[in-house]
Design a protein around this ligand. Structure first.
Ligand code: WTA
Length: 708
């Protein structure tokens, strides 16, 4: 017995070792040439002093971050910039007090009351643009805050779930929460009612705020129906929602025919009438009070509520918006992301509004009714800063490569975020959209980080297509191999990127799960778990990366079980749990496949319970299960029914092997599997009986699912 045990351990150690060496494969690619910002851009930029690096160097840490916090208006100035005494639960600007809605609205009223804070564009192209001035935003936020406080009985520290489309009522609602110190949890509008319900439960919200409908590709979606599902799901799991507040998409009619539930559902537009003219004093919040939750996917089934702080988060996004996005009060800034993701929180709502910029919101699909739509919007509104994802760039390029040339575009700077961008797509963005005049920033960061971690400083650093850029001022990365050994810049080897230091935008914890927070982000490389010295706590980002000699970082993609679909993080475990709700399914494995537009899309492998016959109906039900449990964004490219899953001797499904088969890549050594013969069966099923295909493929697929 003991011998068999030893044997197994030795074998498993060998398997581990094999995986490790694969993780460190050298990565070779062509270095791209540099592109330089124009003198005109530099002449007006917010950040032109190269001494910024010295100011934010390690010897000036953490005090360097005063520079960001000083962009805000504090009710009470802080006493300690960084408190590490309860590492890794860092506290920033301790002793300081402020209010986010005051910083985003009230403080601008003196100078900018009549300037547009939000310009909103309906998906229906004939609808007029809606402009909310700072004064109007102030009025609406105050009235909504009155409703939340006096009608819903909400108070500081309560959580509220918001499941809304891209309409101005969404930032109004968020800022109303911020005014009272209510913790908002905005769920992406495209998520299903079930997904929303699970987030209501985890956050313990007793109020859900939604909208009856919205336009999507020319159709009105019944969104109220999702609220009913969400509330039901929450109730089943023990979280009662007392009130559902429903904004009306159309002034004169309901967008949904789903009935209202007496005593639970209320039309916000009606209820607000009672609060006309009400003003609510902004609640002065401690800098380290939780500000909002944003659920994201990780390597376990349950989405985690990333908790951001009030002062640190706002300081960080304001600094990043000013210095990297180069936002001035006179700019018209358009970020095409959805507010239901972190990019929208940080770079549609909070950063731009804290700087009194005009922020543009668009309701619909970028390519509706055609691929010229974004350029018509930009031309009409005079947008001069543009921000979008590589997926949107790839789609717009594919559907309308010459469209941007038809319009009068004047972007001074443009951002991409969410996925690696291929040099080809970058060059189109630069030449055709930016006319070779806009400085491009490729910003790498995560939901957890609040704001950017790597990016070029647009007036200081040259751009290099395909690389995100050097670390942000005050961010000190390190790339480790699997054994915790540092891989220095210029060594041409990939590894796991970590940030050595804390920074103000870093999440505070996972809502309700401190232990998971520590394990997930610090478990791998922490040097001493009792240490209160930040040097012992490198923060694991979860991406593979390569650091070039010139200091530019190239991000290779997730190293955990996360698939980045069109810039949206989907946890394979969540998708797999959805598959398992179909009773015939015994096991499910979800893997990414490379997609020319969306970056990666999920492909599903399932095996059936004994006695169940393979049937296309089962495949269709698996797809439906994913759409209902998560949302249409997670729809798989293909569902494949296989006889068995390739497994290690310890029973772990080798997703890496399936991912390689799906992507026609070399699946490497499979001799350590308990059922190697099934791999060939699956390969023939997927690729046909021809010879084994051995394409070279991207790093995230080669390593898929290895770390979990
Ligand atoms: C990926 C989005 C390459 C990365 C802000 C990260 C990127 C995940 C880039 C986080 C970029 C984000 N280049 N990859 N510029 N930006 N990513 O939490 O894999 O939705 O871990 O935050 O997106 O996705 P999240």
């Amino acid at each position: 017995m003991a011998e068999a045990q030893n044997d197994r351990e030795a074998r498993e150690a060998k398997e581990d070792e094999m995986r490790l060496s694969e993780a460190e494969i050298a990565v070779h690619w062509k270095e791209e040439e540099y592109f330089h910002p124009t003198p005109k851009f530099i002449g007006q930029a917010n950040l032109t002093d190269p001494a910024v690096l010295e100011r934010f160097s390690e010897k000036n840490f953490p005090e360097c971050y005063r520079e960001y916090a000083d962009l805000l208006t504090w009710d009470k100035y802080w006493t300690t910039t960084l408190d590490s005494s309860n590492a890794p639960f860092w506290k920033w600007f301790v002793g300081g007090k402020l209010n986010v809605s005051y910083n985003c609205i009230d403080r601008h009223l003196d100078k900018h009351a009549n300037k547009a804070a939000i310009l909103w564009v309906s998906e229906a192209e004939d609808d007029p643009v809606v402009a909310l001035t700072f004064q109007e935003l102030y009025v609406q936020v105050n009235e909504m805050a009155a409703l939340l406080r006096d009608f819903c009985g909400l108070k500081t520290g309560d959580r509220v779930t918001i499941h809304m489309p891209m309409v101005p009522e969404l930032p109004v609602t968020m800022l109303a929460c911020a005014r009272l110190g209510i913790i908002h949890s905005v769920v992406f509008g495209g998520f299903s009612g079930e997904a929303c319900g699970a987030r209501i439960v985890d956050s313990g919200s007793r109020v859900l705020i939604t909208m009856d409908g919205y336009y999507r590709s020319g159709k009105v979606i019944d969104h109220k129906a999702s609220a009913d599902i969400a509330v039901k799901k929450a109730a089943e799991e023990g979280q009662k929602v007392d009130k559902v507040l429903i904004w009306r998409r159309f002034r004169d009619r309901a967008a949904s025919s789903t009935p209202m539930v007496e005593g639970r559902d209320y039309v916000v537009n009606e209820e607000l009438k009672r609060y006309a003219g009400h003003r609510i004093a902004p609640v002065s919040m401690p800098a380290e009070a939780p500000f909002f939750l944003m659920y994201t996917s990780g390597s376990t089934g349950k989405p985690k509520g990333v908790q951001h702080s009030t002062g640190g988060y706002l300081a960080y996004v304001t600094g990043a918006s000013k210095f990297i996005q180069d936002i001035h009060t006179t700019d018209v800034y358009w970020c095409m992301a959805d507010i239901g993701w972190i990019t929208g929180h940080s770079f549609i709502v909070y950063g731009p509004l804290a700087l009194a910029a005009t922020t543009v919101m668009y309701e619909g699909v970028p390519t509706f009714p055609d691929a010229g739509r974004p350029w018509r919007i930009a031309q009409r509104l005079g947008v001069n800063i543009f921000h979008t994802s590589p997926t949107a760039i790839r789609m717009l390029r594919k559907l309308g490569p010459d469209e941007p040339k038809k319009y009068d575009l004047h972007f001074k700077c443009m951002t991409t975020v969410g996925e690696p961008i291929e040099p080809e797509a970058w060059l189109w963005y630069y030449h055709t959209v930016g006319r070779g005049k806009a400085a491009i920033t490729d910003t790498w960061w995560l939901t957890e980080t609040g704001g950017f971690l790597c990016s070029t400083k647009p007036a200081i650093d040259p751009m290099k297509p395909g690389s995100t850029g050097p670390p942000m001022p005050g961010i000190y990365p390190v790339i480790y191999d699997e054994h915790g050994k540092e891989i220095p810049p210029g060594s041409n080897r990939a590894g796991n990127i970590c940030i050595r230091n804390p920074w103000p935008g870093l999440m505070q914890t996972i809502w309700g799960d401190n232990e998971r927070f520590v394990r997930q982000y610090y478990g791998k490389y922490n040097k001493n778990k009792n240490s209160t010295d930040w040097h012992d706590w490198p923060w694991l980002a979860g991406d593979g990366a390569l650091w070039a000699k010139d200091g530019y970082v190239r991000i290779l993609g997730r190293i955990d079980d996360v698939i980045n679909v069109a810039g949206h993080r989907l946890g394979t475990k969540e998708l797999e749990s959805a598959c398992l709700t179909v009773p015939e399914i015994a096991e499910a494995a979800v893997v990414p496949i490379v997609d020319a537009e969306r970056g990666r899309v999920p492909e599903v492998y399932v095996s059936l319970k004994p006695g169940v016959k393979a049937d296309p109906e089962i495949m269709a039900r698996v797809t439906r299960a994913i759409e209902t449990n998560i949302g249409k964004i997670a729809r798989p490219r293909m569902v494949r029914i296989v006889p068995d899953m390739p497994k290690t001797r310890s029973g772990k499904i080798m997703r890496r092997v399936l991912a390689s088969i799906s992507n026609s890549m070399d699946y490497g050594d499979i001799t350590t599997l308990s059922n190697p013969e099934v791999v060939e069966q699956i390969r023939v099923q997927v690729q046909g009986a021809g010879p084994v295909r051995k394409k070279e493929g991207p790093e995230d697929i080669k390593r898929f699912g290895e770390t979990t």
